[in-house]
Design a protein around this ligand. Sequence first.
Ligand code: NDP
Ligand code: GDR
Length: 372
Amino acid sequence: MKKAIITGVTGQDGSYLAEFLLEKGYEVHGIKRRASLFNTQRVDHIYQDRHEDNPNFILHYGDLTDTSNLVRLMQQIRPDEVYNLGAQSHVAVSFESPEYTADVDALGTLRLLEAIRICGLEKKTRFYQASTSELYGLVQEIPQKETTPFYPRSPYAVAKMYAYWITVNYRESYGMYACNGILFNHESPRRGETFVTRKITRALANIAQGLEGCLFLGNMDALRDWGHAKDYVRMQWMMLQQEHPEDFVIATGKQISVREFVRLSAKELGIELEFSGEGVEEIATVAAIHGDNAPALKVGDVIVKVDPRYFRPAEVETLLGDPAKAKQKLGWVPEITVEEMCAEMVASDLSKAKQHALLKEHGHDVSISVER
Ligand code: NDP
Ligand code: GDR
């Protein structure tokens, strides 16, 4: 039975990857952070009780800032594969916590690679680094591929650039099987609530059900190449099954704007939107309502506005990936379109919103957390 360690197992990708590896028959060791509240919601459904015989999904406390913890876990588990998905992964937050972001995202990767080496596992353990399209930042070529030069535009991207190169360096210096997946944005119903797609699907569902008043966004002109996390974790595993380690771009090859994602999400709820105004004055007004998913709304309601608080000190305006190498060498193609993904996310958030609305209707206190 193969053993894998996943850092960031409680995150979006970690949870899908854990499911995927368990289905492949792996023993999966996830590293979770200590938090003051439970933080395992995304993996609770696959958790196997430690008191049962031979559980295949085991959680360990740990942190990418804690070298001795990582070395001890590496020594104890001696994994065949390590997937380094743990990170302070929010680009906007990285401008507010640049040092912490560098510690976790850059040095955390180094600590993990060193832990493999210290334990003498460099010829046994294969290493996957969660690299990112944010490395391209101010894009130097369209579409972006493995050979496109990097130009990071945030403390997050700069930290991930260190992680990218230290992974390449350990491959070249010590002959380690270590590779980077340069993944473009990927989303799902499990996406964190403060990333833009999930913020949109969740807020619009809540607004439609009368639980929130207005969705405030930053730069709606930003263009992204959005895929589905399920398709992308499959590729993370495929990258570690090759004869030789290589870096791959993972993307759909199509891009849409944040505004278009708002329009798509609203349409899924039966709401037609009209956008007007420019820059910080831009708003979206309800132009028509179809079906019965938006009982709280009427034509003419303004439900999206711009809040400059969500603008970034330096923005990545456009990203579009070229996944040709992944297709040619690994036979990987994304199976889920952005429209299908958006529909799945809206359905999931609408179902939650309806439950909350029902509770509220029956006099229960319902508090909806939003980005503060
Ligand atoms: P999430 O933000 O959903 O998950 C991040 C995970 O990292 C969480 O489990 C989080 O724990 C954990 N984590 C944060 N800080 C630490 C730390 N100090 N020590 C250990 N673990 C930590 O990210 P995604 O699942 O979306 O992304 C996975 C990885 O892929 C990240 O590295 C991200 O930067 C990268 N990436 C993501 C893309 C995307 O579009 N999703 C695209 C390209 C790259 P907790 O749950 O406690 O917060
Ligand atoms: P990104 O994702 O920065 O690409 O990083 P995010 O969803 O945060 O932003 C995408 C684009 O939308 C614009 N935007 C807003 N973003 C957020 N979060 N909130 C808003 O209100 C808002 N309004 C507009 C942003 O400015 C940006 O242009 C994600 C993360 O998962 C990274 O970890 C990963 O490396 C990259 O994707 C690829």
